[in-house]
Each structure stands twice: as structure tokens, then as C-alpha cells.
Design a protein around this ligand. Structure first.
Ligand code: UDX
Length: 452
């Protein structure tokens, strides 16, 4: 297939404006650009990606109705998704109409690829008779679990069970009720309305998934059997083509120099919140003393504003810095993929966002799993119970944290998980290589887009 032919084909990509959604969409843009397509990123003004980091793409900012109130965005994802979908539709439609008018200059728009939550983009594409493809940024297992929520609700099982119950969910083995992927603040009913929309009948012609057969073969096969449209599992996207950072917060690279000074596999990397979750003062105090008491070296990401009532690290307990000395390094935001690839890192305490989970497995790093909400719970269950490359941290209590860190970094149990993580790493590397499932699936996706 001639690269020149694709150069005249433009793909319009529409990410949802959260870090965990922006990263895979921009990685997808890089992957498809490397296959010869021109890329436009249509994005909200809120949390907009930095065009300077992606000189090969063009960018279209869309007024979103959210930008004036930054506080809102982190509180209720479901409510925010509604606002974005209402506000972006018109400008996106105008933009695509303009692009279509310019098609006479030799460039065609092949299709619109939108995040599963950006419904307006799918609607506009279909209105304008453009092909539309959805990108799902979660695991395939999460999709099952979310579809399962609707069934459980209909059967009255959601109300009859405590959301912290260890009991297995019927037909969703190995998930327990406490692993179900509810969002943070929306009411259950409002959340289920969005879930039905996301996983119900969609007008798009295909679904791209940031996962791989190497990890989720049976879930993917079942999904394909039930799906009316082709699905392309081409992940982990960050492994499919080298891409520039799309961090919304400036990465502090000094932590890499600090890591250079630490012994092999000695450091626990702690990024336990991802880009959305937050901690109370009590929780940050327990975390701090748990890390200090473990006597292991740690690199801790504390995102600005993520500790309630403070801008950054003002509420860390008195005496903590003296207690840890050079054994601790705290940053606002880390170059995470490079950190995980660093030989000094022996484990990752994570909230188990899907990107973090894929990035950790891709580097063969075992995990401490402490999910905060949503799909993180499903991912944590798979990491600890199915793939067995991590251990579960039940409660944010200092004794439990100390024990978990020592188990992972010092004990045989941690070594076994590291071995398991290395095997998984090899498996997903094989799927990303020529002849592997993600590699083949990507070729099929390119052919599919070329057939429009
Ligand atoms: C959110 C949800 O929490 C997650 O469950 C869902 O799968 C995607 O949306 P988020 O909390 O942002 O994601 O977590 P995650 O999916 O792990 O994405 C975070 C991204 O930020 C990762 O790509 C990670 O590499 C990056 N990151 C994080 C950094 O670059 N530096 C940091 O210091 C921390």
C-alpha cells in the first residue's frame, strides 16, 4: 500500500480531555501517522494537548463550556462528559464541513476516530456521511464488567449487595462486587445511563481497543462474537510507535538522575492516584509513614492539588522528610514510562488506571494495586488475581503499606511476581512485533480505513 496514497488521507481524532484518555488517542495518532495518514486532533480547550509536542499533527481547539471552571472537571466525570458533548457539537460540525469543502484540493477525510465518551463526534461524522470509529481506552474486561452492571441492575443485585463485598459477581468471575467499575461521584442511575450509551448500539463502523490478545484474548474473542462491527485490538499503543509526551503537567525529569543513584530493583515507584483521584490529609499521612517505615527507597508522585486542603506537599507529616532523608524523592509529575523502564525500579504502587497498568506490564514491573474507582478496580483484580503480577493493598493504613512495599521489593513473593511480569512483558512484546496479534490487527485497521 503506497504511503503517498495515504498522505492525502486525513484522520480526525477526538480525545476525551483527561490524561488517561488523551495519551492513548495521541499515541494512536502517532501510530497512524507512521502509516502515512495525516492527523488532526480536535480537542477541548480545557486540558488541551500541547501542539508543540506533536509537530506532525494539526490541532483544532473546540469551545467546551468547561474551561472557566477547572475545579469542576475533576469532580464529576459523567456530568462533565454531558457538558462537553453539548458544547462541542456545533463547532466540530462546522470544522468538518470546512474540511470537506477543501477536499477538492486533493486531501480526503478518511474517517473520524473518537473516544467512546465523545458521542458528539460520532453523531457529526454520521450526519456528514463520514465513517466513524470508536477508540476504547479501557481493558476489554472492563467492557464486560460495565455491560454486566446493566444486567445486575435489572436483576436487582446492585442494591442487594454491599459495594465492598468480597462475594463473586454472578457471571462476571473473577470480579467481586467490590471490583465493579462504578465512577466516583455520579449517582448510580446517571452513571448507568452513560454506560448504556457507551456500550449500546453505536453508529460507528469499527472499534479500536488499547489492549492486546497477549493479555485479553478470551475477552476479546467474546466481544468480537457479540459485536456487529470489527474490533481492532492494537495495544499497548505506546509500544506500537515511539510517541512524544502528551503530559498535561510538566514532567520533572530530575527524578531520573535520582534513580540513577539507586541500586538495581530497589525503588518503589508510587503514583497511586493517576490524573484524577485525590487523597485526604489522613490518607497522605498514612501513606507517608507507610513508605518511611518500609525503609525502602521510593519515588513518589504527588500531583499538585491532589491532597485535599493543600497545593502540593504542605500537609506531609512533621518529621517525615528527616525520617526518609535521601531514600525518598517526591515530584509533581514524573516521566512515567521512563521511570518504569529504569533498572532501579523494583515495583510500582499504582491506582491501576489502564494506561499505568499497560505501561507497568510493558516494562515487566510488578505492582501494588490500590484502585480508587471505576475501571481501576477491574484492572487491579486482573493484575493481582488473574495475571498474578501484583498484590492488593486493602487499606491505606501505614502498617499495611509498610508490609506491602517490603513484600514486593524484598520478599520471594515479589521476585515471583517480577518473574511473572517479565513473562507478560515478553508476551505483549511478541504481540506488538511483526507477525504478532496487535501488529496484524493494526495492518487490518489500516486496510479497513483505506477501504472507505
Ligand atoms: C483515567 C482512569 O483513572 C483510568 O482508570 C482509565 O483507564 C483512564 O482514565 P488516569 O487516572 O489518568 O486514567 O490513569 P492512567 O490510565 O493510568 O493514565 C495516566 C497516564 O498519566 C499514564 O499514561 C501515565 O504514564 C501518565 N503519568 C502519570 C505520567 O506521565 N506521569 C505521572 O507522574 C503520572
Amino acid at each position: 500500500m503506497g504511503k503517498q496514497k495515504q498522505q492525502s488521507r486525513r484522520l480526525v481524532l477526538v480525545p476525551c480531555p483527561y490524561q488517561g484518555h488523551i495519551n492513548p488517542m495521541l499515541q494512536l495518532g502517532t501510530v497512524l501517522h507512521s502509516r502515512g495518514f495525516s492527523i488532526t486532533i480536535a480537542h477541548t480547550i480545557f486540558n488541551s494537548p500541547d501542539p508543540q509536542n506533536h509537530p506532525d499533527f494539526s490541532f483544532l481547539p473546540m469551545p467546551d463550556g468547561l474551561s472557566a471552571d477547572r475545579g469542576l472537571i475533576y469532580v464529576d466525570l459523567v456530568a462533565n462528559s454531558k457538558v462537553i458533548n453539548e458544547n462541542c457539537k456545533e463547532s466540530f460540525q462546522q470544522f468538518l464541513e470546512q474540511l470537506l469543502q477543501n477536499e477538492t484540493r486533493g486531501e480526503t477525510i478518511s474517517c473520524v476516530i473518537s473516544d467512546e465518551l465523545m458521542f458528539f463526534a460520532e453523531d457529526v461524522a454520521i450526519n456528514l456521511k463520514l465513517p466513524s470509529i470508536i477508540l476504547r481506552t479501557t481493558s476489554a474486561a472492563t467492557s464486560f464488567a460495565r455491560s454486566g452492571l446493566i444486567r445486575l441492575k435489572a436483576e436487582g443485585l446492585l442494591h442487594s449487595h454491599d459495594s465492598l463485598s468480597n462475594e463473586l459477581v454472578p457471571e462476571l468471575n473473577p470480579l467481586r462486587f467490590k471490583d465493579l467499575p462504578f465512577t466516583l461521584t455520579s449517582s448510580q442511575d446517571k452513571f448507568l445511563v452513560i454506560v448504556s450509551k457507551v456500550y449500546g448500539n453505536r453508529a460507528s463502523s469499527a472499534i479500536i481497543w488499547n489492549t492486546t490478545n497477549g493479555l485479553e484474548q478470551s475477552a476479546l474473542e467474546q466481544i468480537q462474537q457479540q459485536s456487529q462491527v470489527p474490533i481492532f485490538a492494537i495495544g499497548p499503543l505506546h509500544m506500537m510507535a515511539p510517541s512524544n509526551s502528551s503530559s498535561l503537567i510538566k514532567e520533572d525529569r530530575s527524578c531520573l538522575t535520582w534513580l540513577d543513584k539507586q541500586p538495581h530493583r530497589s525503588v518503589i515507584y508510587v503514583s497511586s492516584l493517576g490524573s484524577i483521584a485525590s487523597l485526604s490529609e489522613k490518607e497522605v499521612t498514612e501513606t507517608a509513614w507507610g513508605l518511611a517505615n518500609s525503609k525502602q527507597a521510593f519515588l513518589w508522585v504527588i500531583r499538585p492539588g491532589s491532597v485535599h486542603g493543600s497545593d502540593w506537599i504542605e500537609l506531609l507529616p512533621k518529621g517525615f522528610h528527616d525520617a526518609v532523608g535521601d531514600k525518598g524523592c517526591i515530584v509533581r509529575w514524573a516521566p512515567q514510562k521512563e521511570v518504569l523502564a529504569h533498572p532501579a525500579v523494583g515495583g510500582f504502587w499504582s491506582h491501576c488506571g489502564w494506561n499505568s497498568t499497560l505501561e507497568s506490564i510493558a516494562e515487566g514491573v510488578p505492582m501494588i494495586c490500590k484502585p480508587c474507582f471505576s475501571d481501576q478496580r477491574v484492572n487491579a483484580r486482573y493484575v493481582s488475581y488473574v495475571w498474578r503480577v501484583g498484590l492488593e493493598l486493602e487499606e491505606l493504613k501505614r502498617e499495611e503499606i509498610e508490609r506491602a512495599v517490603r513484600r514486593l521489593i524484598l520478599h520471594d513473593e515479589g521476585k515471583e511476581m517480577r518473574e511473572g511480569a517479565k513473562e507478560l512483558k515478553q508476551k505483549i512484546e511478541a504481540s506488538a512485533r511483526e507477525g504478532g496479534s496487535s501488529y496484524d490487527s493494526l495492518n487490518e485497521l489500516v486496510n479497513f480505513i483505506m477501504s472507505f
